[in-house]
Ligand binder design. Structure first.
Ligand SMILES: NC(=O)c1ccc[n+]([C@@H]2O[C@H](COP(=O)([O-])OP(=O)(O)OC[C@H]3O[C@@H](n4cnc5c(N)ncnc54)[C@H](O)[C@@H]3O)[C@@H](O)[C@H]2O)c1
Length: 324
């Protein structure tokens, strides 16, 4: 197949590209390298089946040319993470809303099956456990910048579902804390990337609050597999799927595991959210996916135990991650 991956030089996108290339597909990546790295895809450049376009999804002429030639689209390009969204709210909103609108409009015009990447952040500060795809959303006020990411992704989902109603085969995947090789330590603030970098430098591991808040960390291989199933299982069209592990881990447990795995002399230091992010900061204590829909329709379940995934991530960080 001829497959277009937007954001294919990023963390999830480049890992997806590796699997798709391994299956013999012809892959085009569009990425403006705002956060993604050429080094994530450099090893593919020598293949005739791989094409890289250094441009923005806001450039509709380029996008139209690429989508016209595609049999399938994985739309992952986005401004990701609280830090970027708070620093440049306008840029983030435009990329995350207009960019997705562009992709879906062209996908509809040329009738190309599409998967769009959404986020567990959709649920905001909902205290529901586990979070089902159809559960209510609970967000803070518009004056707290971080919630714009959640709303932008929600608008993306509304667009996708509206096109699905017109018959376009489009699926939505909501990721829960993906981690693995190519996580950007300077990026949107994955706690695993931060802890690994701190531990490998024997610097203190900074744990916010009491560290008893939990997340469900999902190894990238599982994230990629779930994404590909959403693109290929016929019944996935028109639906939203949680793609994540249901294994809940507290941030403190994670810090301890990483100290142990790295054999680090680092201490664990607790810092309040207020000290770290200021008074406006709002956080969710738990975010656990209900994975039953992905299991029943896609046959998907995350399989990689956290310890194994952390070891594989650590191997990459030791070799390459510390230089990036
Ligand atoms: N990593 C996670 O745990 C997670 C969780 C929830 C949702 N997501 C979603 O998954 C997708 C991929 O995330 P990621 O973790 O790989 O992040 P990432 O930042 O590594 O990847 C995003 C890519 O999009 C590119 N990009 C940004 N603006 C662009 C533009 N205007 N035109 C072209 N390319 C542009 C960036 O350069 C980057 O390579 C995103 O849509 C994100 O919202 C990720």
């Amino acid at each position: 197949m001829r497959i277009l991956v937007t954001g294919g030089a990023g963390f999830i996108g480049s890992n997806l590209v590796d699997v798709l290339m391994g299956q013999g597909h012809e892959i085009t990546v569009i990425d403006n390298l705002s956060v993604g790295k050429a080094s994530n895809i450099a090893h593919q450049l020598s293949s005739e089946r791989f094409h890289f376009v250094n441009d923005s999804i806001l450039n509709v002429n380029t996008l139209e040319r690429l989508i016209r030639q595609a049999d399938l689209i994985y739309h992952l390009a986005a401004v990701v993470g609280v830090k970027y969204v708070v620093d440049d709210p306008l840029g983030a909103i435009v990329t995350n809303v207009r960019g997705t609108e562009n992709v879906l409009e062209m996908a509809f015009k040329y009738w190309v099956r599409t998967v769009i990447a959404s986020s567990s952040e959709i649920h905001g500060k909902s205290a529901e456990v586990p979070l089902h795809e159809d559960d209510d959303r609970l967000l803070g006020p518009t004056t707290v910048g971080r919630w714009s990411y959640s709303d932008a992704k929600a608008i993306d989902e509304y667009f996708a579902l509206a096109y699905a109603k017109k018959g376009l085969p489009v699926s939505i995947v909501r990721y829960f804390n993906a981690y693995g090789p190519r996580l950007d330590p300077k990026g949107y603030g994955s706690v695993i990337a931060k802890f690994m970098t701190q531990a490998l430098r024997d610097a203190p591991l900074i744990v916010y609050d009491d560290g008893r808040q939990t997340r469900c960390f999902t190894f990238i291989e599982d994230t990629v597999r779930g994404t590909m199933l959403a693109a290929t299982v016929p019944e996935a069209a028109g639906r939203v799927f949680n793609i994540g592990s249901s294994q809940e881990t507290s941030i403190l447990e994670l810090a301890e595991m990483i100290c142990q795995l790295t054999d680090s002399a680092s201490e664990i230091q607790h810092v309040s959210y207020e000290q770290a992010y200021g008074v406006d900061f709002e956080e969710t204590r738990r975010r656990v996916p209900d994975v039953s829909r992905a299991r029943d329709i896609l046959g998907f379940e995350a399989q990689t135990p956290l310890k194994d995934g952390l070891q594989r991530t650590l191997a990459w960080f030791k070799k390459e991650g510390m230089e990036t």
